[in-house]
Design a protein around this ligand. Sequence first.
Ligand SMILES: [Zn+2]
Length: 195
Amino acid sequence: MKRDEILKVLEQVGAIRQGHFELSSGRHSGTYIQCALVLAHPPLAEQLGRALAELFKDHSVSCVVSPAMGGIIIGHEVARALGVRALFVERDRSGQMALRRGFELNPNERMLVIEDVWTTGGSTREAIGVVEQEGGLAVAAGALIDRSGGRLELNVSARALLQMDVPSYEPDDCPLCRAGGIATRPGSRFSRAHP
Ligand SMILES: [Zn+2]
């Protein structure tokens, strides 16, 4: 899939929206991204998984691992496309990311870490840490969208299907507010921001 096709699909299902939003962090932005809204459509999830997997076909991984929750569906689709296992890491009672549910890595197993969106890449970094701790080799990391604006710091080869520069602002320093707009919270009662 080409960049334009991917963007179009994400916009059609409302996974990427343009407007004036109050994000869960409290910051304002002209763009809202919620990958769950595209992954809710299994054929689209499969298609995106295949496109993302294509970037890693030469890495000889034998397993995908994703941080829960956001990474699980796309990780599963990437694993399907590569013909390998799909595991996920999740927080334990102490708040640490861990492999649970009887998931195990083989010694030195070549692992691909897959997430939906990188904002800082923190969850992917934690997942890489778990892989190393469990005796695997984290060889690469991938995401549907990299919105880190080039600030991503991962110690493995990292590629995303889409790079997006998504500025956000403190509410008292928001150009969209200054232009007279009112920020909406993208939530269950969202009304489409498309003109
Ligand atoms: Zn604003």
